[in-house]
Write a protein that binds this ligand. Sequence first.
Ligand SMILES: C[S@@+](CC[C@H](N)C(=O)[O-])C[C@H]1O[C@@H](n2cnc3c(N)ncnc32)[C@H](O)[C@@H]1O
Length: 374
Amino acid sequence: MKAVELFAGIGGFRIACDELGLETVWANDIDPKASRVYRDRFGPEVHVEGDIATLVDSVPDHDLLTAGFPCQPFSSAGKKLGIEDVRGTLFEKIVWVLNKKKPRYFVLENVKRLLSMDKGAHFATILDALSDLGYFVEWRLLNAVDFSLPQNRERIVIIGHLDKAPLTYLCTEQDLSGLTDRQMAQVGNPDRWSDIRDHSAKFLNWGMALEGRFCHANIESFSESKPFVKLDSVLERSPDRSFFFTEDTLARIRNSEVVNRYFNGVEILYNQKGGARMGYSIFGTSGVAPTLTCTTSRHYERYKVGNEFRRLTNVEYARIQGFPDHHCQGITRYDQYSLYGNAVPPQLVKWVIARLLQGAGRRLDSRALQCELL
Ligand SMILES: C[S@@+](CC[C@H](N)C(=O)[O-])C[C@H]1O[C@@H](n2cnc3c(N)ncnc32)[C@H](O)[C@@H]1O
């Protein structure tokens, strides 16, 4: 099996593919620092640095396309122009490659708000373009915390395959057991799916699409969840003193309110008075970290570790995202935070790709029929 990795960054998908024995035959990113990390870690052979807009023609044949693509507005979103709706965007390049190369599978990854951007029109446009290509599309919202990473990081994964039966790769039987018979009868029967144009303002956390139609539902449980890991257990024991700002934080705490509560698994000890902005929170380490991002101000968030206050180290960022400690070695510490903050946790996408490769798809039509007969 051969893989191509678009918008490769520092290679979150690459690590997953390597561990699963897939050969990555082509990878691309425009960012020189991310590209340097990629080449340093995986060798220079398959990586091409540059703007994908000028490189799509050189993408070789492959079986799996992966991409954590940048989120850009679609100027004509929702106009039901199919592939034309995404013209001029980076997402269009993905569609272009899929259309030309027709790999058997694709796995895309993006932020949760994709489901509700533009009152659902953005995601509808994506589903429409992908399902227009003849792919059976499925999506699910996954959280890094379910893959033994100490981070609340919700990400939408969108997969595609060329089987035409209503098939779920991303839900187990147990995950689906919360659906009512009526819902089951609908999801297993594409004739009963809605036109993508009739979407609501927010797509639910799981769904499927085929030839311009879709169904979706909220799936509450994730039966494949791995053991919970606390932030505390991945922290470096004696980090450099430059990461600490204890005196400064003690002064800040005098102007803060005690919170001492968990939000989405994140332990919040204090919030700045008069504002609940996360940037001014002081976190504990008994829960998980809030979503790591590439935003520089977020890299200075304060954590209480023992009796001192400090920010997270670049090595801790690597661990929280599921990368080896020195994956970004050779890049300034400052830039490492952003590269890790932008990356996809390899464990999360490894689970998704493994499900595809193992043929773990479950047909939904026979159960749908049973439900219909009830
Ligand atoms: C969300 S990040 C993907 C990170 C990646 N999945 C990882 O694990 O590191 C999006 C990537 O798209 C890249 N990018 C943005 N515009 C691009 C373009 N025109 N051509 C190629 N890559 C681009 C950025 O440099 C960034 O690394």
